[in-house]
Design a protein around this ligand. Sequence first.
Ligand code: 5GP
Length: 144
Amino acid sequence: MSLHAAYDPDNIFAKIIRGEMPCVKVYEDDDILSFMDIFPQTEGHCLVIPKAAGATNLLDAPAEMLGTVIAGTQRIARAVAASLKPDGVRIAQFNGAPAGQTVYHLHFHILPVYEGRAVAAHENAGPAATGELKALAEKIRAAL
Ligand code: 5GP
């Protein structure tokens, strides 16, 4: 999808926000939702999204929304670091299909990185078992 495509209210993350599709939730408030990525590139890979519809990516998001989402991303990344004890944390964000974006609702990736353990390539990771994702989400939540 183009960098400047219109927002599709039926994208998968919009359905998750509306409760039409399930997710393994890490955190939710009035403005943001964080949940486990179902194709994790590393153990503990989670996503942070604004709950408001409309922004497909970082370029078309209002600055205020970005501020809220990035502050939430920092908070959840801190909880990921405290609970899962990775050696590093990667924050990733893609804009437009050629850049690697596959879901067109603004989101930030939080990827805990562990020394000696590979990070699967974006768009090339296998699905995770829901039970494992729930256990990881519980650990992260406990550190929020
Ligand atoms: P993007 O490629 O747009 O930067 O990231 C989209 C992310 O959403 C990918 O890492 C992908 O694994 C994840 N994803 C795609 N569909 C679903 C879904 O239905 N549920 C969850 N939890 N993650 C999804």
